[in-house]
Design a protein around this ligand. Structure first.
Ligand SMILES: CC(C)(COP(=O)(O)OP(=O)(O)OC[C@H]1O[C@@H](n2cnc3c(N)ncnc32)[C@H](O)[C@@H]1OP(=O)(O)O)[C@@H](O)C(=O)NCCC(=O)NCCS
Length: 199
């Protein structure tokens, strides 16, 4: 079982969600909805408290069941301000494959937050969950997320046609993979770039 505690990176705290995160989460999602709903099926235009409450409840039970691990992303110097979400979940326990997802509040993009939060969750994926392979699924055209994947050393492996429906339209997704041995080879680079704490 994954310890239900915060993880830290040079600038960020990644903290498991709790019920009192509701207002901050709703506010961050509302501020970002125009960017989120281009790519993420859950982020409909009227996303509000009810949706966020369902997410929080599911997040707590998924953690308890060891199914999925969502983290609230916060700046160390401003821990009350919701900056985004980053998650890792199992795709196949038997084959030790997991998937990572993230979103960053629109006012905080282009500051390296997604890269740093994703690098930190890859430590969780490979070192705590003992995964062998992690995948990202990225909608075609989402250049910001593709760049995050490239920076972290993922390989673009192929195209999933009409994988998800967003705003009523089926969207193709590229699938990106990172193997444990590739992650281990990248770790010094992650630390040198300031995305994770030095070993
Ligand atoms: C995509 C997203 C996660 C990027 O977050 P971010 O915190 O801005 O990412 P970073 O600051 O770590 O940037 C990483 C790289 O992507 C680039 N980048 C960020 N947004 C970009 C965009 N919209 N277009 C092109 N490049 C972009 C950055 O310049 C940086 O590259 P560089 O170091 O070569 O300059 C964020 O915009 C977001 O949450 N979007 C909506 C939800 C979403 O798409 N989630 C991911 C689903 S797979």
């Amino acid at each position: 079982m994954l310890a239900s505690a915060s993880r830290f990176s040079p600038r960020l705290e990644l903290r498991p969600f709790r019920r009192r995160d509701l207002d901050g989460l709703v506010e961050a999602a509302a501020d970002s909805i125009a960017d989120l709903n281009k790519w993420l099926p859950w982020a409909h235009a009227a996303y509000g408290r009810r949706d966020a409450l369902i997410f929080l409840r599911d997040s707590v039970s998924a953690w308890g069941e060891g199914r999925a691990f969502d983290f609230a992303v916060r700046y160390l110097e401003n821990p009350g301000y919701h900056v985004g979400n980053v998650s890792v979940w199992f795709v196949s326990r038997q084959s030790r494959v997991g998937e990572v997802g993230y979103w960053i509040r629109s006012s905080e993009t282009r500051k390296g937050v997604a890269t740093e939060a994703a690098a930190r969750i890859l430590e969780v994926a490979f070192e705590e969950l003992d995964l062998h392979r992690v995948v990202l699924r990225i909608a075609v055209g989402n250049h910001g997320s593709e760049r995050v994947a490239e920076k972290l050393g993922f390989t673009r492996e192929g195209l999933l046609r009409e994988e998800l429906q967003v705003n009523g339209e089926w969207m193709d997704h590229s699938v990106w993979g990172l193997l444990e041995k590739e992650y281990r080879a990248m770790k010094t680079q992650y630390a040198n770039a300031g995305w994770v704490m030095p070993a």
